[in-house]
Design a protein around this ligand. Structure first.
Ligand SMILES: NC(=O)c1ccc[n+]([C@@H]2O[C@H](COP(=O)([O-])OP(=O)(O)OC[C@H]3O[C@@H](n4cnc5c(N)ncnc54)[C@H](OP(=O)(O)O)[C@@H]3O)[C@@H](O)[C@H]2O)c1
Length: 332
């Protein structure tokens, strides 16, 4: 049966302005790094995307290399766009990226103009799109002049293949430089995508301040530390979990389920229960409490995880005592 989105989808979601731009993003966005590969069941992928859109999630985050194999997530997304979301293209913010190894030879990795421009053409073909809303340089490349990488992003906007551009995993100094180059070119940097969660605090060491000063939005990835900041691993390793699937390529591994991390998770879970939240909701609320954060990008292997994440918006206020208790737990 043809998909009929929830007519009330815009009522429950909160939208936040992305830096000093005209674009608003949902406070919860969904990423397709995992669970949208060649071997993942299309019916489940469809259910995740429909649940998200029905809850007001308008932003879906991809990259050239998401799968496995690389490219498969964009292909899966393209198929579901055609069957379910074609009529809603103007209600969607779709992002993709290039920066990690994608194809053999010297032009399929890094930050050259050659790579960034060819890769976006490939991504557009895989997704069946004329343009993406946001195109990112996925990671800094110290072997390529930043003027070249940013020049490629600017050119792609002028060609109409991307509406906005962003940076991912650039340090505060690299961000400052890239933002200045983009501004000079006339294509402002919309957004930065850093890894940030209760367990990964690096953006607090300067990046968040740079983004606020420059008027650039911030959309943290892995805000649930890939599942560590949920109740998932409190009683062992479930068969259907990311750890049990042993995915490699940066996915959560068993050796990260240390006794110290599990002890933190147990204590955070107790606090979440006191607040009337799930632990995933606590972890997302903790990131979203900062007004410099535009959105969080979660991953999901099941539709209910999206619903759970959106529930975090019901309460992202913390008392000073709760914040102090969280710091104490995190310092172990
Ligand atoms: N820019 C970059 O370099 C970069 C890098 C990584 C990710 N990203 C982006 O960020 C997105 C999210 O990354 P991520 O998947 O690592 O994020 P995450 O939200 O920290 O982790 C997602 C995983 O946590 C588990 N989970 C989610 N909600 C849950 C819930 N309510 N209860 C229990 N478990 C729950 C699921 O794992 P199970 O599979 O175990 O159920 C899910 O696959 C990616 O898809 C991608 O778009 C960007």
């Amino acid at each position: 049966m043809a998909y009929q989105p929830n007519p009330a989808r815009y009522e429950a979601m909160e939208y936040r302005r992305c830096g000093r731009s005209g674009l608003q993003l949902p406070a919860v966005s969904v990423g397709l790094w995992q669970n949208f590969g060649e071997k993942d069941a299309q019916a489940n992928c469809r259910a995740i995307l429909r649940t998200a859109f029905d809850a007001g999630v308008t932003h879906f985050d991809l990259a050239n290399n998401y799968g496995p194999p690389p490219g498969a997530a964009e292909e899966m997304f393209g198929r579901l766009l055609r069957t379910d979301f074609q009529a809603y293209r103007d209600e969607l913010i779709i992002s993709t990226k290039a920066g990690y190894g994608m194809w053999p030879g010297p032009y399929g990795d890094g930050g050259s103009r050659k790579y960034l421009m060819a890769s976006l053409d490939q991504s557009l073909r895989r997704m069946g799109l004329d343009y993406v809303d946001i195109y990112y340089h996925h990671r800094p490349d110290s072997d390529t002049p930043v003027e070249e990488s940013m020049g490629a992003l600017d050119a792609l906007v002028r060609q109409g293949k991307a509406l906005y551009v962003g940076l991912s995993s650039y340090s505060p100094a690299e961000t400052r430089r890239a933002v200045a180059v983009l501004r000079e070119l006339g294509t402002p940097c919309l957004i930065h995508q850093p890894k940030y969660s209760m367990l990964v605090r690096d953006p607090e060491q300067g990046l968040l301040d740079v983004l606020a000063e420059e008027g650039v939005g911030c959309i943290p990835f892995s805000p649930l530390a890939q599942g560590l900041l949920t109740d998932k691993y409190l009683q062992g390793i479930p068969d259907d979990s990311r750890v049990a699937r042993n995915l490699g390529n940066g996915a959560l591994e068993e050796n990260q389920l240390t006794p110290a991390n599990i002890a933190k998770a147990q204590k955070l879970n107790a606090l979440a229960q006191e607040r009337g939240q799930t632990m995933a909701q606590l972890a997302l609320a903790w990131v979203l409490k900062d007004p410099r954060i535009t959105s969080v990008i979660i991953g999901a292997s099941k539709p209910q995880q999206v619903t759970d994440a959106v529930g975090s918006l019901a309460n992202y206020q913390f008392s000073a005592a709760e914040l102090a208790r969280i710091e104490e737990i995190l310092q172990g």
